[in-house]
Ligand binder design. Structure first.
Ligand code: GAL
Length: 826
């Protein structure tokens, strides 16, 4: 029974107890017969429930997964009192794609784009006499290939059933603008839209509007410590005609003295609590989280947060959660973002679509700045088969004309209160950048942004700035508040210096690296030469950081470049070539395990915190004595490499070099003799099993040490639980990492032990992964082989079982088992 609560506004999860059918058969909405359907929970993504298939119509871009058409059905009752003097709404945070929804056999409507929310007022079709209602959702992802990355298929985000009074805050009806923010004060301009439904119903009671009702909006602003700092009441008296639904706008201004500013170190969050009264009676209450900060892009200084120049050390991410597919629990992102932050990331680009709203909440809370992006395609179709634009494909361009305005608006309305968002991106690499009329579309999209958010700037990620014969049009780039460069170092010998060429011709442009390469690579794999798989895309491990380092160095030393978003923070499903099913562009793999490249960025972005990291591993399959390049990533002033205790010399790099201070010849720190200009160190040493060790020195003293040993045979499996508790609500999860160790506790980098997880108590293994882009094992089973000694499992709570704990047991082929306990919390 839904909507049984007493609050003026109710928002209840609608994720449990759905039925699902995948197939060609057209279903009859409203039918209570669930024969042929199977039970599922939302968010749900059916694409990973079937084997990867080279012939799948989603092809490599979509991750070789099953797509098609799915039907969802849910039978439910609501509290008869729930909508007596109010409304009921079904809210979908997102479904990929083309979702059609029916209630009790009557169509509510259709929503196309898979990444924007939709909702319907279901009041008039809802059975409120205690009898059963049926909601049917058809999700049609059959037009393939329609995405350049793994889209997933299904109701991939949360669904809510909401109850509210006839007079209530409109959807996305609270807008907290912050036109001026400084340490001294924040000017806050709030706009609240209130929906007033005047109905002619028999049950029509006290809270419904009459003529000349007095409606009051009361806003309270609460400081990060929970105290009320400001409050204001604004009343409007309005005549409302019978049978109409109207919207009233209330504007309120606040001047907040000495605000605690939101920034990446201290992401201070305020709350605005909006209450709606009619003649003194409380009718609605909505809480909106925000933060106050001053964000500025500048053509010479790059980017400033609260007046301080900050380089955006950004990563691009796609929406999938690895083995969770497109149905991603926020904790998956929380674990990933914690790791990225610890690497020195301060910004995330939501490529190339509006993200799950929970991900934005996390960025607000964790202090990560966000580029929120709307589209990957405008009017011109982009090829979906890798490396070719000729493959017949589908995509948002088919829907652009009919949907873009609504989708753009939805993104802005949904997201504009998030303090983390510093800029809007209206597109990624849209081919429209090169055609004469493309700038008109850019102008129109930008005008929607300006109408709904005059404060934030707008960019587009351009990949054709220097392309021939058709480069991005000048008129197009001039439409953008901030010119976004994708792969700026791609063009001939100009490489990253293209930024400088453009700077000379357009000194007034604000400039940002919307997307550039990352070090990526496959975790645990080290390409030694160019003979086999290598190409411009896949380089030997010792070459890759040279190219990446060049652009990084340029970005760091040129203030006018606001920063860079590397492609990508995390490996993602799709955009792969068989036999791979995921891309290995990330610094974290699909399980969220750190690759070596993670430490490369950390050594640069987290200076001066001492760290040191060595690669490759020391279980190489080469002849003893083969000369091997060993790389060291360190934040220290210098570092020394040891092989089995023997020193191979101390090295230091030139960036950042400690220069003079105060006057000529004066140094705060003794200059360290440097022997490389790269952002990493390297030594050539003979491969002799044993151990390699990197010792980092600060001020001439040992500050940190990283040892990599030749591991022996696998002897044990160690389990580690990311959060060792979960709610017993059937939706919460726990994430567990497994590591295969030798008898001395060293990671067995070559181990591919078969692992089987079973759960005792109220939980079950919902998904497994090992991070192997070429892994074709099911990600939905409870069994997987380790990849380079590691694996990962997601446990979901089972609401049908009771218990205070659940025990996750691991059976590892040929090794002793292991177990870990997860507590169940209310
Ligand atoms: C970019 C594009 C990304 C991704 C990347 C390569 O050009 O914006 O979506 O395709 O290339 O993996």
């Amino acid at each position: 029974m839904y909507l049984t609560g007493k609050d003026v506004r109710q928002k209840e999860t609608f994720n449990l107890n759905w039925f699902f059918y995948l197939g060609e058969e057209e279903k009859t909405p409203g039918d209570k017969d669930t024969a042929g359907y199977r039970p599922v929970k939302l968010p749900h993504d059916w694409s990973l429930e079937y084997p990867f298939d080279e012939a799948a119509r989603s092809c490599g871009s979509g991750g070789y997964v099953r797509t098609g058409t799915g039907w969802y059905k849910k039978i439910f009752r609501v509290n008869p009192d729930a909508v007596k003097d109010g409304r009921a709404v079904l809210h979908f945070e997102g479904a990929y794609m083309l979702a059609q929804v029916w209630l009790n056999g009557q169509s509510l409507g259709r929503h196309v784009y898979g990444y924007t929310p939709f909702e319907w007022d279901i009041t008039d079709l809802l059975k409120t006499d205690g009898s059963e209602n049926v909601v049917d959702v058809k999700v049609d992802n059959s037009a393939q290939p329609n995405s350049r990355w793994y889209s997933g298929s299904g109701i991939t985000r949360n669904v809510w059933i909401c109850g509210m009074k006839d007079i209530h805050v409109a959807p996305y009806g609270v807008w907290i603008r912050q036109p001026e923010v400084s340490e001294e004060q924040a000017q806050i301009h709030m706009e609240t839209r209130v929906c007033v439904n005047h109905r002619n119903r028999a049950s029509y009671e006290g809270t419904a509007p009459e003529e000349n009702d007095e409606i009051t909006v009361e806003t309270g602003i609460y400081a990060p410590d929970g105290s009320l700092c400001m409050q204001e009441r604004t009343a409007q008296s309005q005549q409302i005609a019978a049978g109409v639904r109207e919207e009233l706008l209330f504007c309120q201004d606040f001047l907040l003295e000495s605000p605690v500013l939101w920034d990446t170190e201290n992401p201070a969050l305020y709350k605005a609590v909006t209450k709606i009264y009619k003649d003194g009676l409380l009718l609605d209450e909505v809480c909106t989280v925000t933060g106050f900060r001053n964000v500025r892009f500048d053509s010479t200084q790059g980017f400033l947060l609260n007046g301080v120049r900050v380089k955006l050390n950004g990563v691009c991410v796609h929406h999938d959660g690895g083995c969770a597919g497109a149905a991603v629990h926020p904790q998956i992102w929380e674990r990933r973002l914690e790791k990225l932050k610890a690497m020195g990331v301060n910004a995330v680009r939501m490529s190339h679509n509006p993200p799950d709203p929970a991900l934005l909440d996390l960025c607000d809370r964790m202090g990560l700045m966000v580029m929120d992006e709307a589209f990957d395609e405008w009017r011109i179709m982009k090829g979906k088969e890798l490396g070719s634009n000729t493959h017949e494909s589908r995509g948002y361009s088919e829907w652009f004309d009919s949907c873009h305005e609504e989708d753009m608006r939805l993104m802005l309305l949904r997201d504009r209160n998030h303090p983390s968002i510093i800029i809007w991106s209206i597109g990624n690499e849209v081919p429209d950048q090169t055609v004469p009329e493309g700038y008109l579309t850019a102008r129109q999209l930008k005008s929607i942004c300006k109408e709904l958010d005059p404060e934030r700037l707008v960019t587009q990620a351009n990949d054709q700035i220097c392309a021939e014969p058709r480069a991005a049009a000048e008129e197009f780039l001039n439409e953008l508040d901030v010119v976004g460069y994708n792969y700026v170092d791609r063009w001939r010998t100009r490489a990253e210096t293209l930024y400088d060429d453009d700077k000379r011709t357009h000194p007034d442009w604000c400039v940002i690296g919307t997307e550039n390469g990352s070090l990526g690579g496959v975790r645990g794999e080290y390409l030694l030469d160019m003979k086999e798989k290598a190409g411009w895309w896949k380089m030997p491990y010792y070459s890759a950081p040279v190219k990446i380092g060049k652009l990084l160095h340029f970005t760091m030393t040129h203030d006018y470049v606001a920063g860079d978003f590397m492609w990508t923070g995390v490996d993602y499903l799709g955009e792969a070539h068989w036999p791979a099913r995921s891309s290995s562009a990330g610094v974290l793999d699909t399980c969220g395990f750190e690759k070596d490249s993670y430490y490369f960025y950390q050594s640069i972005w987290k200076r001066p915190e001492p760290m040191a990291h060595l690669l490759p591993h020391w279980n190489l399959e080469v002849e003893e004595g083969t000369i091997i390049p060993v790389l060291g990533y360190t934040s220290c002033e210098s570092a020394e490499l040891f092989l089995n205790g023997k020193s191979y010399g101390r090295k230091a790099y030139a960036y950042p070099a400690y220069g003079m201070t105060e006057r000529y010849g004066h140094f705060d720190k003794a200059p360290v003799p440097v022997n490389t200009d790269d952002l990493f160190l390297s030594w050539d040493v003979p491969y002799i099993p044993g151990y390699i060790e990197l010792v980092g020195y600060m001020d001439g003293r040992e500050a940190v040490r990283h040892t990599v040993r030749t591991a022996g045979e696998p002897a044990a499996v160690k389990l580690h639980c990311y959060r060792s508790e979960m709610k017993g609500d059937g939706l919460d999860i726990a994430q567990i990492e497994a590591e295969i160790l030798d008898e001395h506790g060293n990671l067995c980098v070559q181990a591919d032990t078969k692992l089987t997880f079973t759960v005792q108590g109220p939980g079950y293994a919902a998904a497994v992964d090992n991070g192997n882009p070429e892994g074709m094992e099911s990600l939905r089973g409870s069994c997987i082989h380790a990849f380079h000694g590691r694996a990962y499992v997601i446990i979901q709570s089972d609401e049908t079982k009771n218990g205070d704990t659940c025990t996750v047991c691991l059976e590892a082929e040929g090794l002793p088992g292991a177990a870990v306990t997860v507590s169940i919390i209310p």
